[in-house]
Design a protein around this ligand. Structure first.
Ligand SMILES: [Zn+2]
Length: 275
């Protein structure tokens, strides 16, 4: 079976999260290693069973490799190094991260700092786990909303430990269509087309499958339950079954039909879309 799973809380321990995922019918897990909104270091321990792999750690939201504040940059680098090592210990494949925001200075102005920081992180984390860049939703200043920015980083860093994760909600809000009936219908704006054009298909580690509360190219990042958003099930089905993507693990980060986070109903919908 194709790896299909969810982002779940590790409250109660890693094993509990894995058990809940299996009970939901999933076989691929994403977790935070510690609170994503504080700099506290991970307290996560244990090792994930083969039933929930591949697994991924989602990095903290506070991280900003483009920050002009030296202490924030240092904390960001330390946190990612730590998470990469935790990934190795718990049996996760890698760490998924939003690289941060240039806060109006422009991508070019922060490019060297970002790529050098990534090189330091990879060099100083004694592990083989992947650093996985997630695309952003086109919000002001956020790095890697454009696939071409991800491409420039891959070309500059040139490491087999660098991978990326494509989030449907973020791509849609950044102005890429998901499936042929979404967005502006232009093939140039199709996310799979753009991924292939930039030669990044082979560097994808997983796909985040979320619907969008906001309209196409809104620049917002608000996830919706599958089928309740502006992308819709038909487009999501076309996307997850695309011949170039259909081998990739799928992870939901949906709000949940009872608003308590990724749930069995969303997972069942996703599984029903996969052919
Ligand atoms: Zn995501």
């Amino acid at each position: 079976m194709r790896p299909v799973g969810a982002h779940l809380s590790i409250a109660g321990g890693l094993e509990k999260a894995a058990e809940r995922l299996v009970k939901m019918g999933g076989n691929c897990l994403q977790v935070f290693s510690a609170s994503p909104k504080s700099w506290e270091l991970p307290t996560i321990n244990g090792r994930l069973s083969a039933a929930v792999r591949p697994a991924f750690i989602h990095a903290k939201y506070l991280i900003n490799l483009a920050s002009d504040k030296p202490d924030l940059l240092a904390k960001s680098i330390a946190s990612l190094k730590y998470d990469l090592q935790v990934a190795d210990l718990i049996g996760a494949k890698g760490v998924i991260v939003h690289l941060g925001s240039h806060l109006g200075r422009g991508f070019k102005a922060v490019f060297q700092q970002v790529t050098e920081s990534i090189e330091i992180i990879l060099k100083n984390s004694n592990t083989n786990s992947l650093l996985i860049i997630e695309n952003s939703a086109g919000q002001q200043g956020k790095l890697c909303s454009l696939i071409t920015e991800i491409k420039l980083i891959f070309d500059a860093v040139n490491s087999s430990r660098l991978a990326w994760c494509l989030d449907t909600c973020h791509a849609f809000n950044a102005g890429y269509s998901i499936g042929s009936a979404s967005g502006n219908g232009s093939i140039q704006n199709d996310i799979v087309n753009e991924t292939a054009r930039t030669d990044l298909v082979g560097r994808l580690a997983c796909l985040h499958v979320n619907d969008s509360r906001d309209d196409f190219a809104s620049g917002h990042d608000r996830h919706a339950n599958l089928g309740e958003g502006k992308i819709g099930l038909k487009n999501l089905a076309e996307y997850v079954n695309h011949p170039q993507l259909k081998h990739l693990p799928l992870i939901i980060e949906t709000p949940g039909f009872d608003k308590s986070g990724p749930d069995k109903k969303n997972l069942d919908i996703l599984k029903s879309l996969c052919v």
